[in-house]
Write a protein that binds this ligand. Structure first.
Ligand SMILES: [Zn+2]
Length: 61
């Protein structure tokens, strides 16, 4: 397991490491978990968006 490996999620059926954004397992073609279907920029962007929202709220009050 490497941190540089972006295949974060494993298939629930066969344990295959799925590519991020894939809608199905590349090995057994079972449907992927919903979280694996989100694009990586979105996963990384959500905490950033929350920080920006807090900063904007703080500057407005
Ligand atoms: Zn699989």
């Amino acid at each position: 397991m490497s941190l540089r490996n972006r295949r974060l999620f494993n298939c629930r059926s066969c344990g295959h490491n799925m590519r991020l954004g894939a809608t199905e397992c590349g090995s057994c073609y079972q449907p992927a978990p919903q979280i694996n279907r989100l694009p990586l920029p979105l996963l990384l962007g959500l905490p950033l968006a929350a920080l920006v929202a807090v900063a904007m709220w703080a500057s407005a009050h």
